[in-house]
Write a protein that binds this ligand. Structure first.
Ligand SMILES: [Ca+2]
Ligand SMILES: [Ca+2]
Length: 240
């Protein structure tokens, strides 16, 4: 993905003068008039959990038509892999192949509790612009947080908007919290397993981890691995 990002930014530099001229003149035009409307967004992802490092974030700009997940429906295989072992490459690759895709990137690495990371993306938003962000809480079986197809179309240049992201259960692995099943530092166990051991097999809000201090025998987690919502605060600033 990094090579792709460099290519995009090179294109932006060469097109910068034309972009600002077009932006000046497009205030009353429709969003489907084939007028190039390049915008740059800075997406800041802050981890506000006590002890749940985030896997490298997947950050995707897209038009309406793509969703990283659907509440109550089965997770895609790409989301299953991200939610179970923190690998965002399949999700980003699949998004990149989608007709609604505008731009995307991976975060540089793990975002620890109390830390944040900024990712910048540039895209032509003439047909609309939504943002999806996905990252795993790595000391869980298959919990993730993020936002799903949130519209940025009305965000004015220089303005920011923040989302408080809850925790989702991918519904692809039982929340046993058992030794050998959690890939994060609390366990060092298995990441992705193609089996769907959660019989519901549907995405839903996460009911929380229990931990061995709250009575789940066999859990490798302790009370500090518990979380409240939100798990992440995601702030988007439109830079131009
Ligand atoms: Ca689960
Ligand atoms: Ca699985």
């Amino acid at each position: 993905m990094s090579l792709f990002k460099i290519d995009l930014r090179t294109a932006m530099v060469t097109g910068a003068i034309g972009t600002s001229m077009l932006l000046t003149g497009c205030g009353s035009s429709s969003s489907h008039d084939n007028t190039v409307d390049m915008r740059t967004y800075e997406i800041s992802v802050s981890n506000v959990t006590p002890n749940q490092p985030f896997s490298p974030v997947a950050v995707i700009l897209h038009t309406p038509g793509y969703q990283a997940w659907v509440d109550g429906e089965a997770a895609s295989s790409a989301l299953e892999i991200l939610a179970e072992e923190g690998d965002n490459s399949n999700l980003l690759s699949n998004a990149g192949d989608h007709s609604a895709y505008l731009a995307g990137d991976s975060g540089a690495g793990i975002i620890g509790p109390g830390s944040s990371e900024n990712v910048q993306l540039e895209a032509d938003v003439q047909n609309g612009v939504n943002l999806s962000v996905v990252t795993m809480l790595v000391n869980t079986n298959d919990a993730y947080t993020g936002i799903n197809a949130s519209s940025l179309a009305d965000l004015a240049s220089g303005d920011s908007v923040s989302f408080r992201a809850p925790v989702w259960d991918a519904g692809t692995e039982d929340n046993t919290e058992a030794a050998g099943t959690i890939p994060g530092p609390a366990d060092g166990g298995e990441g992705f397993n193609a089996a769907r051991s959660d019989n519901s097999d549907r995405v839903r809000f996460h009911s929380g981890v229990i931990s061995n201090q709250d009575g789940l025998s066999g859990s490798v987690l302790t009370a500090d691995h518990r979380f409240d919502n939100p798990a992440a605060v995601i702030t988007i600033t439109r830079l131009n």
